[in-house]
Ligand binder design. Sequence first.
Ligand SMILES: [Zn+2]
Length: 307
Amino acid sequence: MRERVVSGSLLEWLKKHVRGLNHHSNSEVSFDCPYCGAHSKYWLNLGLRGVGHCFRCQKASNWVGLMMKIERVDYETAKERTRSWIPYIPQTDRGDPTPEIPLPLTAVPAWSHPKGRAYLESRGVTEDQTLLYDIHYDPGTFVNHLILPVYRFGRLAGFQCRDLDPNSKHRYLSGAGSKLGDNLYGFDIARQYEEVVVVEGPFDVLRTGPFSVATFGKKVSPLQEQLLSQSTWKSVTVMYDSDALRQTLKFARRLEAFKPTFVALVPPDTDPGSLSATQLGDVLADRTPVDHVFAKAVRLGLQVGVR
Ligand SMILES: [Zn+2]
């Protein structure tokens, strides 16, 4: 039986504000790209807070960013107007009954706070990215922390806090109730793409691109593995830091049982977050099937032994 689309007023809003709206399934629509104008090239998932992207200009966005672009309103206005919208969750994607984890009340959009913005700019993160990933800055509850929300099937599954004080002993904290180890950073956004790249941390995702997800470290939980192996991606590429080759290989071999799996090897003593866009492009283009990784690692001078 076809399920009723309960996407709140997202669909109603799209009907009024976009051109060439086309339904492809009961959770997916396309329309003329609001960013480059290309006909019917912007594809959007009604379920994932309006996460979508353009197949022509590659611009990725969510419902807040779309509203800012189309209605020319600021972040606060767009956030307020979309507050009551409910992401439609397709039947096949259900199975997570946990309630949403609220962000700290004192958190503000990171780009709107001088400290949040200065830090993000220093890491090469753009305003568009802070909107797409809903990045916040908290001057209150988690003093001087960046708040990195983790969405899964349109619901806020938790958040990671990153202390911006360089002398802090605990650089990373999990928000109360957040099960980061059961989730992937950037999951809802990367689901729009056919292939996925798995990296270690959120900043690796921001550097690598919207088709990547992070496992919050080198340890991969059974639930994270399940999300990777059972989602619709046609292939998986693992791109961990250069000191994690052993973990990379073990993990990649397990994933290989489910779908084509590749390893992208970053140069010795680097991680994806420290490479330039060009370097990253080269590393990804040069990805290797799991069976050939060992020989290649030796050639690149990477530490292969047991650590
Ligand atoms: Zn476009």
